[in-house]
Design a protein around this ligand. Structure first.
Ligand SMILES: C[S@@+](CC[C@H](N)C(=O)[O-])C[C@H]1O[C@@H](n2cnc3c(N)ncnc32)[C@H](O)[C@@H]1O
Length: 286
């Protein structure tokens, strides 16, 4: 007997309430409604991220008449399309702003949003650091934004005092290069990155530790968690921040010690210092 055709609506990886035509347009479903392994992995990641972002989204939807969600390094805007379809659309309020450097991807995302009636979805073409938002973002996201683009997203969130920030960092090479020149006095510290492979791994780890401390230094409560099981993606660390506006002297002290111990100055720290928002600065006295 012939196998009945796969019905994507009954597939547990297809979010309930999601337009099948939109998923096909995003190539997350094939034209005949099938999910290939790649698309299933992508859909799982984004669906899971939307679930993890829910508390932040519910919070800003409850607090604001028109919350702005900014997705940095949006690429094909899978995340934005799903956030709109599953959260902002049903809530009938809020705006989604996708920032993407590659014009062809930005144009595709803008035209898709228009075709699917996502009226409150706009796309800004260009670099995150150069984006003029016009409105304070309530939530800033960056999913696998390459290298220091994650730092640009975090700097944007901090400078604009976004209520929530969520980043899943991508590859990171900058701090590994800085470690090459680092000569720590403590032999135990030096042994941590004597080999190039360890330098790369430690550089990537230190970058994310610095990102968490910088957020804390600027008054965010930080949670670091896994996006999905390691079998699905190697770039799997999710850093969530919720602004609580506390001056965190301990985080600033830890950050100063970490940067000094390893003789590093990652992009996020440089960027914030240039904006007059040095995350290692002590409070002004008097
Ligand atoms: C690996 S893709 C991830 C795309 C998407 N967030 C996803 O998870 O499907 C990273 C995207 O970030 C964009 N990008 C990298 N650096 C950027 C920057 N500084 N400003 C804006 N976009 C950037 C790239 O063009 C690329 O489309």
């Amino acid at each position: 007997m012939a196998k009945p055709p796969h019905d994507p609506r009954t597939d547990p990886d297809v979010p309930k309430g999601m337009s099948i035509d939109l998923l096909k347009d995003l190539h997350l479903l094939t034209r005949d409604g099938q999910l290939n392994a790649d698309a299933r992995r992508k859909l799982k990641q984004i669906r899971h991220l939307v679930g993890l972002l829910r508390p932040a989204l519910d919070d800003v939807l409850a607090r604001s008449a028109d919350p702005v969600i900014v997705d940095c390094g949006a690429g094909k805007s899978y995340l934005g399309a799903l956030l709109y379809e599953l959260v902002l659309g049903p809530a009938q309020k809020g705006e989604l702003v996708a920032i993407e450097a590659r014009p062809e991807l930005a144009e595709q995302a803008a035209s898709r949003a228009a075709r699917f009636g996502q009226d409150r979805f706009q796309v800004k073409t260009g670099a995150i650091a150069a984006a003029a938002l016009g409105k304070r973002p309530s939530v800033v996201t960056a999913l696998h934004a390459c290298d220091t683009a994650t730092d640009d997203a975090l700097a944007l969130a901090i400078a604009e005092k976004a209520d929530h920030v969520a980043v899943v960092p991508c590859c990171q090479a900058e701090v590994a290069r800085q470690l090459e020149r680092s000569r720590p006095a403590d032999p135990a510290i030096a042994a941590l990155f004597a080999h190039p492979l360890h330098r790369r791994e430690l550089g990537s780890h230190l970058t994310n530790v610095v990102r968490g401390l910088v957020l804390e230094a600027h008054g965010y409560k930080v949670t670091v968690t896994e996006l999905v099981g390691w079998e699905h993606s190697a770039k799997n660390e999710l850093i969530l921040g919720k602004r609580v506006n506390r001056f965190d002297a301990a985080a600033r002290g830890a950050l100063r010690a970490l940067l000094a111990t390893f003789s590093i100055e990652p992009a996020l720290v440089r960027d914030l210092r240039a904006r007059g928002l040095d995350p290692t600065a002590e409070p002004e006295r008097g």
